[in-house]
Write a protein that binds this ligand. Structure first.
Ligand code: MN
Length: 244
């Protein structure tokens, strides 16, 4: 039985209101053997929990910047805010997924929202706040144009999925996790500047992994990409069998 994998949609209000999602998230789940189900940010964010009751796993998609007031800071001018409707819904999704120990893969802004849901904090704008940081975003805007190496903690979901203590990742972010939050730990850092590139819960359990890079960009590519979707789908399928 193919597991049902929830994917959160973005919310845009120009030029007209709509829920939307880049198809590569959908395609990556489908290619890994899951059934992708796109979740719209609802007016009542508590519906997120009811949606996850029907799903076997969660893919948190990338997006714009979480509101720094969520971690007690005033927004810097470089902040491109997430739509409040999506932000409230995504936080509810994170909290519900953690409470259910639902297999979860969180990408880029999804990982940052996961950290904030756990009481963590972000670096608002790397180029202005981290001396000596490498370029984590290329001028072209293409993540493939800013690759860098990461070092991976052994005995982590990430190390098991990739079978390696080092990997090359693509990169397109101007923010980074500063504090992964209560009950969370850092499992990968940029090999060049030490910025946080992946987080997981401290306690062993079902897959819960936030990554700063974009594994969905090409489900066909090897490296630190396809195995993450394979792990999400395998663990979601196992949960589905247990619940049946
Ligand atoms: Mn990076």
């Amino acid at each position: 039985m193919r597991p049902l994998i929830a994917i959160n949609a973005d919310w845009a209000d120009t030029p007209f209101e709509r829920a939307q999602l880049r198809p590569r998230y959908i395609d990556a789940v489908e290619a890994a053997g899951g059934i992708p189900l796109v979740l719209p940010p609802t007016q009542d964010p508590t519906l997120a929990a009811a949606m996850l009751d029907r799903c076997d796993g969660l893919l948190l998609s990338g997006g714009d910047d979480p509101d720094p007031r969520l971690y007690g800071e005033r927004p810097r001018p470089e902040i491109v805010p997430l739509h409040p409707r999506r932000e409230a819904f995504d936080l509810a999704l994170c909290r519900s997924a953690l409470a259910r120990r639902l297999p979860t893969l969180a990408v880029c802004a999804g990982m940052q929202t996961l950290a904030i849901a756990c009481g963590g904090s972000l670096i608002q704008h790397i180029p202005a706040q981290v001396a000596g940081a490498i370029a984590h975003a290329a001028p072209s805007g293409d993540p493939e144009d800013a690759p860098h190496a990461i070092t991976i903690q052994p005995h982590s979901h990430l190390a098991r999925a990739l079978g390696s203590s080092r990997a090359m990742v693509n990169s397109r972010h101007h923010q980074a996790v500063l504090d992964p939050g209560r009950g969370m730990r850092v499992v990968a850092r940029c090999a060049d500047d030490g910025l946080i590139e992946a987080i997981e819960p401290v306690q062993p359990g079902p897959l819960c992994l936030g990554v700063q890079w974009h594994p969905e960009r090409s489900a066909a590519l090897a490296g630190a990409r396809r195995p993450l979707f394979a792990a999400l789908v395998a663990q979601s399928a196992a949960r589905h069998r247990l619940a049946a």
